[in-house]
Design a protein around this ligand. Sequence first.
Ligand code: ADP
Length: 190
Amino acid sequence: MLNIVLFGPPGAGKGTQSERIIEKYGLVHLSTGDIFRYNLKEGTELGKLAKSYMDKGQLVPDEVTINMLNESVEKNPAAKGFIFDGFPRTKAQAAALDNFLESKSVDVTAMIALDVPEEELKDRLKKRALASGRTDDANPAIINNRISVYKNETAPVKDFYQVQGKFHSINGLGSIDEITTRIFTVIDSL
Ligand code: ADP
């Protein structure tokens, strides 16, 4: 099984690159942000709970997110592998993912991290807000909060995979195609 954690700050391009990776390698794409937004749209209890955190640029609590992710994996028993996008976002989520996959006798193959400078991220999120209508992209205070949550809680997840020898950093600046090529080169070397 090929299980890739696609990692990077908000606006790094994880969603865009995920689409290309799933197409080439036939993986199932699990984006926790997308699953929360779907629940929000459908008005489920999970969606209502998630909204209160997402609107402030905070993380949804680990237990809720981990359970949701595990259920999403269970729904795809025939998958050749997964691309985890936006998960794990805390060290506790990373440890939970390891335990869960171990219970299925599989593991995370690699973390691929998109490296993008902060000013570029802010520019991209502003542009995305116009196209996507995402309220958490439209407000500079919420964007700043998401970036600081990323620095404090999410960036340390890199160390978790680095000590396992699974961490790969990619330059996230350049054309979409250039970045895709860099990612494919890493995946093909695994
Ligand atoms: P971004 O573009 O900021 O990376 P996402 O679409 O991945 O956005 O996530 C949007 C929001 O959903 C986050 O700001 C957070 O509130 C919530 N969220 C997504 N993934 C997680 C996660 N793994 N743990 C906790 N909260 C999450």
